[in-house]
Every structure is written in C-alpha cells, then in structure tokens.
Design a protein around this ligand. Structure first.
Ligand code: FES
Ligand code: FES
Length: 160
C-alpha cells in the first residue's frame, strides 16, 4: 500500500497540489515539491526559526510541521510577502538597516514580524523582543534586526 497522498492547500493565495509521502514535512513540501526555497532549512528541530511560515495567519515552524496536517489550509511564505511587486514595509526596513549579513535567517524574521504587526500593530518593546526571541541569527546580531523591526512598525503605522 502506498504511503503517498495528494495534498491540496493554498500557498500565498494560490491553490497548490502535490503528491507527497505521508511523512513529508511542510518545509520539504514548500522547498522541494513547490520550489519555494525562500523558507530556509536551518536546525530541522524547531529551534532556530529559519523555517517560519504562517499557517492560517499563525507562525509555524515548517521543519517540524507534517505537511498533511496543513491539507486545505492557507500557508504564507516569504515569497508572498511583497505588496504589488514592492518589498513589504518589513522587508524595506531590513534593507534600509542592513539587518542581514548572510540573510539565511531573514525570511524567518520577516514572517515572525509579519504576524506580530498584523496581530499587534502597537506591539511594545517587550512584545517585540518576545516575538523575535523565536528566531536565531548567527551572524548579524540583533541590534540591526531590532532597529529594522521598530522602523517597520513605524512604516506600517504611517505608510508613505
Ligand atoms: S529549521 Fe525549523 S526551526 Fe530551525
Ligand atoms: S544574517 Fe546570517 S544568520 Fe542572520
């Protein structure tokens, strides 16, 4: 008996379909089956946040999420964050503050902040630091990332 299944879900607002082993992780589905390699493969054990995506608007670590559990759900990845072909306010702020060195952690941080500022536009410093605590950066450090996050929040409050 095959242990593969046909999975239907909505990724970045578009219907997606893949034939996957029942054990496929959401990270493998996104990167290997759907070609969405913006979501990064870091620790693979749920520690680093590099694989953070949103499932029905909530942050999920794709490396420890079984793809089949997302059947029929809405998944948002870094590829869907840009607005009208332009970087989102968060992406623009990361660029402005040079808040990335190798950039491997950046998609995860952007997705974490996308959720935070959607749910909590007025997030205070404690909430901001708490949210960012679920993502690890091994090279840039957190000063620039925090500056970018604060700037992004300001840009979202007062769009140009
Ligand atoms: S790769 Fe998923 S938490 Fe590190
Ligand atoms: S910029 Fe390299 S891990 Fe964060």
């Amino acid at each position: 008996m095959s242990n593969e299944l046909v999975l239907h879900l909505v990724v970045n607002g578009e219907p997606a379909r893949a034939l996957v082993p029942a054990s496929r992780t959401l990270l493998e589905l996104l990167r290997e089956d759907l070609g969405l390699t913006g979501t990064k493969h870091g620790c693979d054990v749920g520690d680093c946040g590099a694989c953070t995506v949103l499932v029905n608007g909530l942050p999920r670590l794709a490396c420890i999420t079984v793809a089949a559990d997302c059947a029929g759900e809405h998944v948002d990845t870094i590829e869907g964050v840009a607005v009208g072909g332009q970087p989102s306010a968060i992406q623009a702020a990361f660029d402005h503050h040079v808040a990335a060195q190798c950039g491997y952690c950046t998609p995860g941080f952007v997705m974490t902040l996308t959720h935070l500022f959607t749910e909590e536009p007025e997030a205070d410093e404690a909430s901001l630091r708490h949210a960012l605590g679920s993502n690890i950066c091994r090279c840039t450090g957190y000063v620039k990332i925090l500056a970018a996050a604060r700037d992004a929040q300001a840009r979202m409050r007062n769009p140009a």
